[in-house]
Design a protein around this ligand. Structure first.
Ligand SMILES: [Zn+2]
Length: 569
């Protein structure tokens, strides 16, 4: 059993400064002994005929005993910190992410991010939780160095407030890029460890589109990632990371004996690796049974992130556990399965040029015919303001008449248009330039003119709908993903009755997927261009499938990664 001498007692020790932890712990033990003595006295009192005073003494002593036991239980709870920065960044987009783009939770606010850590939850009772800071942003362009340094400094400051810790729950996405810095998540954990030390057990949960460098693998003890894309199991995965951490602390097993890491030289976009379809469905179906084996703590497969250019950008398999042979053979098998399936990964919906998608949609009587405007998907790292697709739509004759097929376009940022629409009001005619404020590489800002059909005011991001012909263009103050049916209903649409809906997205998230009549993905321009062979990679490790289609069989070596327990901390 691990000793959590750093519990509530630890705090006292730190506060008093001069009082050694050991002394405090001894003090607690002495209290228990005293209470035990008191119990013996109670027995004697009983023997000597019960009197009122004796009964009162019994009550007082029992209360004292229970209080002592309860205090000790509190003191024995492990002290666990929570920290992390989560973002996915395309470095093939001119967009930049700054501190304003992050939503930051500190201290107790962090609990609201995790339903399994609600106040009355079982897991909440099992530890003395000390959340430091969690910063999260919608995917976007590269994080500026200044922003990253500020987020790290703020995180470390919060962590310093509650030292020492028995463990850390490290919650990251894994595909952050920072100007002038490789492997930011590996850097972040090292800098956190400089503050919390190397003894604290670290459990990490990631997105399966994150990257796992050897440095990150080395500096985390338990590590896992989602097993579903779309990420319907995100919360379940985070819960697993926390449960595994508590289990290792409670049983006193601590660090896993073995952490196996395998590089799989494959780099694929999420749009080809959804677990809703083969071969990713079967590949990921093997993960839970693999993790359930005797001697294995967890198993995970990372697809990796395709729109950044570092040596760490490739797929990885990791397995952690105490049985060397099972850990090794499981990691090898999952990696081999992935490699063997490499030729079968295809786009998860029919994929074609924008014109071909529109032709198909115009001929179809299925409503709504969904088209993904994939190249500028803001939730994969696109700027979200590329006007190339909108410009093509405005050129097409089919949508010029109000009686033409109803097409909803979601969406284009255009703060000037929003301002004009607000001033002019519903039903007014307006005209303004929209889009291409961040990414104008494919098309300059587009002059959009039409009727103000809907206004949804908000403190953070007002949306307006501008109608021109049969096009209904959603214009926002800031870029915004449209992932829910309610996003459309909130703007007065009955989305299931529209003929065509275009969204800046890759694979359809569940809510909009469920309302589709049909669906195609358009190979449009933007920061997350799906034609990877066209991207100007220079630093990724080659050969890499499918960029090097005829590459030789890779070794798929299992690397046993050590935890830096012995390093000074
Ligand atoms: Zn993801």
């Amino acid at each position: 059993m691990l000793q959590f001498a750093t519990g509530a007692t630890g705090k006292v020790a730190t506060a008093k400064g001069a009082v050694a932890k050991g002394a405090t712990a001894k003090g607690a033990t002495a209290k228990v002994a005293a209470a035990k003595g008191a119990t013996a006295k109670v027995a004697a009192a009983k023997g000597a005929a019960a009197k009122g005073a004796a009964a009162m003494a019994v009550t007082a002593m029992v209360v004292a005993l229970l209080t002592t036991i309860s205090c000790n239980r509190q003191e024995q709870l492990p002290r666990i910190a929570i920290a992390g920065i989560a973002i996915e960044c395309s470095t093939f987009s001119p967009a930049q992410t700054t501190e304003d783009d992050f939503s930051i939770s500190k201290g107790a606010e962090v609990f609201t991010r995790y339903d399994f850590l609600a106040e009355d939850s079982l897991l909440r009772q099992k530890a003395h939780w000390l959340p430091a800071m969690y910063a999260r942003a919608t995917p976007g362009g590269i994080v500026t160095r200044e922003t990253y340094e500020s987020l790290v400094a703020r995180t470390l400051e919060e962590l310093k407030k509650n030292l020492p810790y028995d463990a850390l729950y490290f919650d990251i996405h894994g595909a952050m890029s920072v100007t002038g810095l490789d492997d930011p998540e590996g850097d972040l954990i090292l800098r956190i460890k400089e503050v919390i030390g190397n003894k604290a057990l670290v459990s990490t949960c990631m997105d399966l589109h994150g990257n796992v460098s050897l440095r990150l693998a080395e500096n985390t003890d338990l590590i896992t990632c989602y097993r579903m894309a779309p990420h319907e199991d995100a919360m379940e995965s985070k819960r697993r990371a926390v449960s595994n951490l508590l289990e290792r602390l409670e049983t006193g097993k601590g660090r896993p004996e073995y952490k196996a890491w395998v590089k799989v030289p494959i780099l694929l976009p999420g749009e080809k690796t959804s677990t809703r379809v083969e071969p990713a469905r079967s590949l990921y179906a093997e993960v839970a049974p693999a993790a359930a084996q005797q001697g294995v703590i967890d198993a995970a497969i990372w697809i990796g992130y395709a729109w950044a250019d570092e040596p760490r950008n490739h797929a990885v398999v990791m397995v952690t556990g105490d049985d060397k042979q099972t850990v090794e053979s499981t990691a090898r098998k999952l990696a081999q399965n992935f490699w063997d399936a490499r030729h079968r990964f295809e786009f998860i919906a029919p994929t074609a040029s924008l014109d071909e998608c529109l032709e198909k949609a115009l001929q179809s009587d299925k409503k709504p015919f969904m088209i993904s405007d994939m190249g500028d998907n803001p939730t994969a790292g696109g700027a979200g303001d590329v006007t190339w697709t909108l410009a093509r739509l405005l050129e097409r004759k089919e949508f010029r008449s109000p009686r033409g097929p109803k097409l909803i376009y979601a969406s284009i940022p255009g703060p000037k248009m929003v301002e004009k629409a607000l001033a002019a009001g519903l039903g007014a005619q307006v005209e303004a330039y929209v889009g291409a404020m961040v990414d104008d590489r494919y098309q300059p800002p587009v002059l959009l003119g039409g009727t103000v059909e809907f206004i949804r005011e908000s403190d953070t991001n007002t949306e307006v709908v501008i109608k021109t012909g049969s096009l209904h263009v959603i214009v926002t103050q800031k870029r915004k993903p449209y992932h829910y049916e309610s996003d459309f209903e909130n703007l007065g649409f009955q989305p299931r009755e529209a003929d065509i809906i275009m969204i800046k997205v890759g694979y359809l998230p569940e809510s909009v997927y469920n309302m589709r009549g049909d669906w195609m993905m358009a190979l449009t321009r933007g920061g997350v261009d799906q034609n990877l062979s066209e991207l100007p990679y220079r630093r990724i490790q080659r050969p890499l499938f499918p960029l090097d289609k005829d590459m030789p069989e890779p070794p798929l070596d299992v690397v046993f990664v050590n935890s830096p327990e012995s390093k000074p901390g």
